[in-house]
Design a protein around this ligand. Structure first.
Ligand code: SF4
Length: 244
């Protein structure tokens, strides 16, 4: 196993929202998407991050591994977009598997062919962000094409890698009825999806956009109510999917 250098924004030692149990989360930098609601626009440039070695990260993971394991947790690599640095993240995943640590990759899937089938064997779970199903809506939200993400979903199914699909519900942007229904229909065809997470839009990232003098398109969008979010969840439940 090789020690590989990579750029990270930060780590979190007790993350609770990116995969099962309590987890060590590595936030890498670099992302080819340009999502209108990005909470971390400061992580989009890879070299804006801190340069670290995979072995140093693994040393720290080792210190926490029993604690995380006892909670059903493990390690998640999130971003930015982790697949911008495939060799770096694969080195971390391989080291984790050698320590018996559960591994999760949080990705948009846009760079779907950056990791080989062999490298994906070290990934226990993928949190696959499918930000919309109708191509024009996907592009409006992310500024890139959806097809690589759909290809990745299919590839993960053929490899038997477990997936939790994540969908960010942005009122007026991603909640068009035909868009949500098309996504639910697609996800229901995938045999490896364990769960769908519907994440209501929130304004946490707004200040960062202001500070970076970026043009933020969502100033007028309100955070959805629990009732509205549950109505979106119901569309997935009606397809027999496990939803939260
Ligand atoms: S994929 Fe994530 S990190 Fe990249 S622009 Fe979208 S929200 Fe931001």
């Amino acid at each position: 196993m090789e020690n590989v250098q990579g750029y990270i924004h930060s780590v979190e030692t007790a993350g609770t929202v990116d995969g099962p149990g309590i987890r060590y989360i590595v936030f890498t930098t670099g992302c080819p998407l340009n999502c209108v609601y990005c909470h971390n626009p400061d992580t989009r440039k890879m070299k804006s991050g801190k340069l670290v070695n995979s072995f140093d990260i693994l040393k720290e993971i080792h210190e926490y591994k029993d604690y995380h394991k006892a909670t059903g947790g493990g390690v998640t690599i999130s971003g930015g977009e982790p697949l911008v640095q495939p060799e770096f993240i694969s080195s971390i995943f391989k080291g984790c598997k050698q320590m018996g640590v559960h591994t999760t990759l949080d990705t948009s899937g846009y760079l779907n062919n950056k990791m080989s089938d062999e490298q994906l064997k070290d990934v226990d779970l993928v949190l696959l962000d499918i930000k919309s199903m109708i191509p024009e809506i996907y592009k409006k939200i992310t500024k890139v094409d959806i097809q690589p993400t759909l290809d990745f979903a299919k590839r993960l199914e053929s490899l038997g890698v477990n997936v939790w699909v994540r969908f960010v519900f942005v009122p007026g942007w991603s909640d068009r009825a035909d868009n949500v229904q098309a996504l639910a229909d697609f996800v229901a065809t995938l045999s490896n999806v364990e769960m769908v997470e519907v994440l209501p839009f929130h304004k946490m990232g707004e200040d960062k956009w202001k500070k970076m003098a970026l043009e933020y398109e969502l100033y007028d969008v309100q955070e959805p109510s629990a009732e509205q979010t549950n109505a979106i969840r119901q569309v997935f439940k009606d397809k027999g999917l496990k939803v939260r």
